[in-house]
Design a protein around this ligand. Structure first.
Ligand code: ZN
Length: 329
């Protein structure tokens, strides 16, 4: 570990924006949240800067006390230029140069990447991926995003689209995905895709346990309502869950044979559902991977869990400083 320094990180989500002041030894010096639902950039950008300044002051640092700013952003985005182009959850944010704005506000270099890459970096530096040289992180919530570390480096790809694991096609002519392709992994296992399928299949069945666990509203069905129905012993939910776990195992097996990772780290659903998810997944994975790659890989839930938003933005900056030789871990 070289000299200790501090980075200010922003994790821009569709409904919430997380801010974390993180030291290079992994200590979280401060955190804040800003509501970001249906907002406009002209009101939120100044709040982001102000909130960051408050965290820096509260930690006892002076205005020059941070080494860099890091930003974790939703796709699609112009990664090298640090511009939010057209985030799907936020229609007012179009072509917003967040990186340039924050660099000017704090007078330091700002670094920008997509949220799944930021996620794998956060787990690598501060969570379940510490010490590994080859790992994959999957976001596993409403959609499926992926970040890859191979041979000790973040994989960006030729046009910054490496890690679009949710859009690997598992079956030609499968269900239509939000991206326009058919049979994507996300079309089978993304939270929104699964909920839509169940809403379609249970239309009119307001007495169904899944609908009841969703508060009686078909439109509110989500993976949590489905998980509760599985635990309650409903056979439709159990069959659906088994298929869901098998499709996830298929994707993990593909990743094992392509990348031969030491760890696959899973976001939300894996730690929220626990053994109910992990047990069938681990049963099915050997059907989709060679023994050599399966035995070398551990599939684990995220260690940072809900806290990942405090570290994700900062991790983007730490990675750039790491690649530049300024940060060892
Ligand atoms: Zn897709």
């Amino acid at each position: 570990m070289k000299d200790i320094f501090t980075v200010l990180g922003y994790d821009i989500g569709g409904t919430k924006l997380g801010i974390g002041l993180v030291r290079s030894d992994g200590r979280l010096l401060g955190q804040a949240r800003i509501e970001n639902k249906d907002t406009r950039p002209e009101e939120i950008l100044p709040q982001m800067a102000e909130s960051g300044r408050r965290l820096i002051a509260a930690a006892g640092l002076d205005a020059n006390g941070i080494r860099a700013v890091g930003i974790s952003a939703p796709c699609p985005a112009d990664i090298p230029n640090g511009v939010l182009t057209a985030p799907t959850n936020n229609p007012h944010w179009r072509n917003v140069p967040v990186k340039q704005y924050l660099a000017a506000q704090f007078g330091v270099e700002a670094y920008f990447d997509n949220d799944a890459n930021a996620g794998v970096l956060a787990e690598w530096f501060f969570g379940a991926g510490r010490g590994a040289q080859n790992l994959v992180y999957l976001t596993m919530s409403s959609g499926i995003g992926g970040g890859i570390i191979a041979n000790g480096r973040l994989v960006q790809g030729a046009s910054y689209h490496a890690g679009e694991i949710g859009h690997m096609v598992l079956t030609p002519d499968g269900p239509v995905c939000s991206c326009g392709l058919r049979g994507c992994y996300e079309a089978y296992c993304g939270g929104i895709a699964v909920a839509r399928r169940v809403q379609r299949e249970l239309a009119g069945q307001i007495e169904h346990p899944i609908v009841k666990f969703a508060g009686g509203k078909l439109a509110d069905i989500d993976l949590i309502a489905i998980e509760k129905a599985v635990r309650a012993g409903n056979s439709y939910a159990a069959a659906l869950w088994d298929e869901f776990c098998r499709r996830n195992a298929q994707a993990y097996g593909m990743l094992m044979n392509i990348l031969n990772p030491e760890k696959i780290i899973l976001g939300t659903i894996a730690w929220a559902a626990g053994e109910l998810f992990m047990e069938p997944v681990l049963k099915y994975v050997p059907h989709f991977a060679w023994r050599e790659t399966y035995e070398a890989c551990e599939i684990v839930p995220s260690q940072l869990r809900r806290e990942i938003g405090c570290y994700a933005g900062a991790a983007v900056a730490f990675n750039q400083l790491h690649e530049g030789g300024e940060f060892g871990f």
